[in-house]
Design a protein around this ligand. Structure first.
Ligand code: ADP
Ligand code: ASP
Ligand code: MG
Length: 438
């Protein structure tokens, strides 16, 4: 039988009511055989995610404080779900084991991972599916990076022994057997790994929005859902802050050419977004989406005759490398060159960096400006369409936004624009409404 791998996020599994919706979705299609579950998320804006409560427990234990008050709240979250689902099932022994481990100074990652571990046990029980512990099938290497090949071999073997199963998201194990998590939001990565190991026809990622939206819904009102997006476009948008899917989640499925379908647990009738290797149809709005991030700094370097000085750029990049800084963009002019970096990366060392650049390059002028936001206008159809960049800049001009930097990647998949952080929301709205007419 064909297989669909499905992942449900924290808000999709935050309460018994949500569990019922999830079970109905899974039961509606017999191909939905492998289910990856997150920890219970927020039930409303004021609520606290179980993962955050677990991190708080770890901090309390580290300070030798009593973890009981926080842990009792975690137990209560699960007990309420279990009782409202009418299950004859108890996590009491698991709670005791975990509490004992946390108070005896087990690692932070183990502690955080128990949210998905416990939630997956409850979901497996409710669905009548097997439970597969991710520690037995998802592996990290000694240096902490994900071990894709070993994982795929072992996990494919384990899955073949279970017709239907629930697998906790977010974690796996180190070579010495200790638990390690991915970064926050990492259950999306687990879903992708499971889809690849199961050789699934699709990886369905169920969340609380009806797909990937053309812009962040917290900034642009009612943005349109993107129907089809390529892996490369998604990578540009998610790297730039469109956080509906963890930005590393595409790698396992991309290699296996498995499409991802983002769906809404609260509106399962909607088709959501298909993320595919190649899209045969152009995009009717020309752009696929727009996203952005704040918190960047720009280092501006000026030197007359820079353009004819062999190796100038290399000297600048060497200084950046010496200080272990990753750079985001390198816009350059005839006698100017700029380096855009994450502000957090140069905080505390900016004087050293600038002084070393002066010494190594004999530049005429160097300064650092903070408060830069970067916006990415992304679209596979922009390349065929003359005048797209012009429309972006005209829209920004009309909105009174000053452009500080422009960079177009060689793939012509995106235009990156640097602006003042104060203009961030205004710019996203101006670009969105230039291309999307409703
Ligand atoms: P889950 O708990 O299901 O993993 P997340 O909270 O990680 O869900 O991701 C979904 C959220 O991402 C949405 O509720 C939305 O607020 C936010 N978001 C930010 N940018 C976008 C975008 N371009 N499209 C859709 N959602 C977005
Ligand atoms: N529960 C984890 C987090 O809150 C992982 C996830 O939800 O994907 O980050
Ligand atoms: Mg998420």
């Amino acid at each position: 039988m064909a297989v669909k791998a499905v992942k449900f996020g924290g808000s999709s599994l935050a309460s018994a009511e949500q569990f019922k919706k999830v079970a109905a979705i899974i039961k509606a299609d017999p191909e939905r055989r492998y289910v990856v579950a997150s920890a219970p998320g927020k039930r409303d804006a004021q609520d606290v995610k179980v993962t955050d409560m677990l991190y708080a427990c770890f901090q309390a234990a580290r300070k030798k404080q009593d973890i009981e008050p926080i842990f009792a709240k975690i137990e209560q979250r699960y007990n309420q779900i279990i009782s409202e689902l009418g299950l004859d099932f108890s996590l009491k022994e698991e709670f005791e084991k975990i509490k004992f481990a946390i108070s005896h100074h087990v690692g932070e990652d183990y502690t955080a991972s128990r949210g998905e571990y416990l939630n997956s046990m409850v979901l497996a029980e409710y669905l009548g599916y097997d439970f597969i512990d991710a520690e037995n099938g998802i592996f990290f290497k000694e240096n902490g990076t994900f071990d894709a090949d070993h994982t795929n071999d072992v996990l494919a073997e384990i899955l073949s022994e279970h017709e239907r199963a629930v697998i906790p998201g977010f974690y796996g194990s180190m070579p010495n057997g200790t638990i390690k998590t991915f970064s926050r939001g990492g259950s999306d990565i687990t879903g992708s790994i499971v889809a690849r190991a199961a050789d699934a026809e699709v990886y369905e990622n169920w969340t609380d929005v009806s797909g990937m939206l053309m812009a962040d819904p917290r900034i642009v009102k009612n943005p349109k859902v993107i129907k089809v997006i390529t892996y490369s476009e998604l990578r540009e948008l998610s790297y730039m802050g469109a956080t509906v899917l963890h930005d590393e989640a595409i790698f396992p499925v991309r290699e296996a050419r498995i499409p991802i379908n983002i769906r809404n647990t609260n509106a399962p009738e909607e088709e959501g977004t298909m993320i595919v290797p190649f899209a045969d149809k152009p995009n009717e709005d020309i752009i696929t989406g727009v996203a952005g991030k704040v918190g960047f700094s720009i280092i501006n370097i000026e030197k007359s005759m820079m353009n004819s000085e062999v190796g100038f750029g290399k000297k600048i990049l060497k200084v950046i490398e010496n200080h272990d800084i990753c750079f985001e963009h390198l816009p350059s002019g005839i006698d100017t060159m700029s380096v855009v970096v994450d502000t957090a990366e140069i905080d505390g060392i900016r004087e050293d960096v600038v002084n070393e650049m002066f010494r190594k390059t004999k530049a005429d002028f160097i300064n650092v400006e903070d408060g830069l936001a970067l916006i990415a206008v992304v679209g596979r159809s922009m390349v065929q369409q003359v005048g797209t960049a012009g429309r972006v800049f005209t829209a920004m001009g009309k909105a009174g936004v000053n452009i500080k930097m422009i960079d177009q990647g060689s793939s012509e998949l995106s235009i990156i624009i640097g602006i003042n952080e104060a203009d961030y929301a205004k710019t996203l709205n101006a670009i969105y409404s230039e291309f999307v007419k409703d």
